[in-house]
Design a protein around this ligand. Structure first.
Ligand SMILES: [Zn+2]
Length: 652
């Protein structure tokens, strides 16, 4: 009695990608109830409801994309050729805060699914916001996925606080657990975007609900440097100390890990997702993949999000992984084609903790497979002397467009290059529409330096008014005795070294942005502390009272990033650096508080001395009153008001 089955793929060149790299050529695959029933030289022992003659084409496991952010297809090409911090904090996160909703996520995921099916991917590991919408769209498209709900310390598009996102993750996991296509998970974004509390809570949640944990680890050298500085150790030991590896972890990147850390990853059964394009594009480096594999770490291949790749093509990614390993090791035998393809299939499935259900064509595993035409012009001729030649053909010459048919969980998703579960035309139109809206938002924002400042967070929109006057000093001789005299009361005195970088813009209405670093000095001129601030000064002077000016429009922000970050983000048309030695006194004079500065210019190195006197003010009337007192104070300090210079001491 022949065994009934749903589908028989016959007359195929079957690459099982099992542990022994078994190949059946010709061979057949029998599928029933979404499961692989048998593979090999099958004859009349199966009675299929449907038979497909593969005409000698290749049948292999569907590819496993071990790390992506599917909805980010909608941000593809939005901002490229930028450093990771400018790209992420300056563009991705602000746009995500403004646009990401369940609808956005559903649309982006459907678009990603269409692209993944076309390019032969049947399973992917995702991490994003509103993961419920990702899971729903993925299941509707018929793909398999590990869907991980993001948790991080900043307010996210789908949660105002980490407690909310953790609660959402728990709910999400409970809802999807046991689904035939979706494996839910939790995703603490990365050590540097999470607190210790978040890392521990996520690991606990994953262990308790018995689901994987998806995160980013050791992506950049900067991240490792930060970890060493803040925690006294690199990233991997640090997260281990927080018991992150109590969970079944999938770690994206692991670019900057040493051998000891690789062993720790192996011992903790951490799966690693290697994302060569993303790491190259963001200049992060190249993960030591060959070494990790040699030590027994399960390393899969991922595309990362489409905003940093910019596509989800696993054929391209696998080829790059194989080539890069050879290039960085100076060894053409590193990561042979067969091993690279294993990373994209069986090992990748193991890395994302789905190794027992997908990643190879073996009886009992789910029927996730693809049919590939390797007889296109760019891929002929074919040699049979070396059994490994077929792997070279796939990794080095096959293109994702050579994928003809796709089956996931036993169901057809693409037949003869026609997508069966998603409406590509409608998706393309909706994606273009979304791009128009995002474009309009960014065009508007880019016009205003203030808006850009607010978009990266932390900018307190604090407007202040002040009156000030500046004068050239011959020497400090008259100033110091005057300050010590009876008429002036010194409330506070500080001494510091001040480094200013001014950014100017073509449009003078944007004002100018100043990045200021103060190094506070003690009596012996040793640096005791430092701080950095950003100040956006409005373009206009409100009024002039003789040589005293009334300024307005200043917006302060703590400068959390380097001048390099701000330069790349704000793209000023011109900049100027000034360095000075500043002594500052807060004084009371005639019942009014003033700041008195004596500045010695260090760069440009003129050695010139300047006196600056200023005071906060609230109204034009108040400013006028203070202008009169300032003039008196200036005279007392030995600087003649008629010597006062209006535009400051350096032509900016
Ligand atoms: Zn990522």
């Amino acid at each position: 009695m022949p065994t009934p089955c749903d589908l028989l793929l016959s007359n195929a060149h079957v690459l099982t990608m099992d542990e022994y790299f078994t190949v059946h050529a010709p061979g057949s695959v029998a599928i029933a109830g979404g499961v692989i029933l048998a593979v090999g030289n099958l004859g009349a022992e199966y009675e299929p409801a449907e038979t497909m003659d593969c005409k000698g084409r290749l049948v292999m496991p569907g590819l496993v994309n071990a790390h992506t952010h599917a909805p980010m297809t909608l941000l593809r090409g939005l901002a490229d050729d930028l450093r990771l911090d400018v790209w992420l904090l300056g563009y991705m996160m602000p746009v995500e805060r403004a646009f990401v909703s369940p609808d956005f996520v559903a649309l982006g995921t459907k678009l990603a699914c269409a692209e993944m099916i076309r390019s032969g991917t049947t399973c992917f590991a995702d991490m994003y916001y509103f993961e419920d919408a990702v899971a729903e769209a993925t299941a509707a498209a018929g793909l398999r996925a590990l869907c991980a709900q993001t948790v991080l310390k900043f307010p996210a598009p789908d949660a105002p606080s980490f407690e909310d996102s953790l609660a959402a993750a728990r709910e999400f996991i409970t809802r999807w657990k046991g689904h035939p296509l979706i494996v839910p998970a939790v995703a603490p974004h990365a050590p540097y975007t999470c607190t210790v509390e978040i890392l521990r809570a996520c690991a606990e949640l994953a262990s308790q609900l018995d689901v994987p944990l998806h995160t980013h680890l050791a992506e950049t050298a900067l991240e490792v440097e930060y970890s060493r500085r803040e925690h006294g150790m690199p990233v991997i030991p640090w997260v281990m100390k927080q018991r992150l590896f109590d969970a079944r972890v999938l770690a994206a990147h692991c670019v900057h890990v040493d051998e000891g850390e690789m062993r720790a990853l192996k011992n903790a059964c951490v799966g690693v997702a290697h994302n060569p394009t993303s790491n190259l594009k963001l200049g992060s480096g190249v993960a030591p993949v060959a070494k990790m594999l040699q030590l027994g770490v399960a390393v899969g291949i991922g595309t990362d999000g489409a905003a940093s790749n910019n596509d989800l093509d696993m054929f391209e990614e696998t080829r790059l992984a194989a080539l890069l390993a050879k290039g960085v090791n100076g060894d053409p035998t590193a990561l042979p084609a067969r091993e690279a393809l294993a990373m994209a299939t069986r090992t990748g499935a193991r890395a994302i903790h789905l190794g027992d259900i997908t990643g190879s064509i073996e009886p009992g595993k789910r029927a996730d497979l693809i049919v590939v035409d390797i007889d296109q012009t760019h891929n002929v001729p074919r040699f049979s002397r070396d059994p490994s030649a077929v792997y070279s053909q796939i990794v080095y010459a096959t293109k994702s467009t050579d994928v003809v048919d796709v089956i996931c969980d036993g169901k057809w998703l693409m037949r003869e290059r026609k997508l069966l579960t998603v409406d590509e035309d409608a998706l393309r139109a909706a994606a273009r529409d979304m791009a128009r809206r995002i474009d309009a938002f960014l065009i508007q924002r880019e016009r205003s330096v203030l808006q850009k400042l607010i978009a990266i967070g932390g900018a307190a929109e604090e407007e202040s008014f002040e009156v000030q006057v500046k004068a050239r000093l011959g020497s400090v001789d008259p100033v110091l005795p005057a300050l010590a005299g009876d008429e002036i009361t010194v409330i506070r005195a500080v001494h510091y070294h001040q480094y200013d970088t001014y950014f100017f813009f073509d449009d003078p209405d944007q004002g100018r942005l100043r990045y200021r670093e103060d190094e506070f000095l003690d009596e012996q001129n040793n640096v005791v502390s430092a701080r950095a601030r950003l100040t956006l000064t409005g373009p206009s002077r409100e009024a002039a009272f003789g040589s005293v000016l009334l300024f307005r429009s200043r917006f302060f922000a703590p400068a959390a990033h380097s001048p390099r970050f701000y330069r790349e983000y704000f793209k000023p048309s011109r900049e100027r650096e000034i360095e000075k030695d500043r002594r500052r006194w807060l004084v009371a004079f005639r019942g009014v508080q003033f700041y008195v500065h004596v500045d010695r210019l260090v760069n440009p190195h003129t050695g010139d001395l300047f006196l600056e006197v200023k005071s906060r003010t609230w109204s034009r009337r108040d400013a006028q009153d203070k202008a009169i007192i300032i003039a008196e104070l200036l005279e007392l300090l030995g600087a003649r008001p008629d010597e006062a210079i209006a535009e400051g001491y350096v032509e900016l």
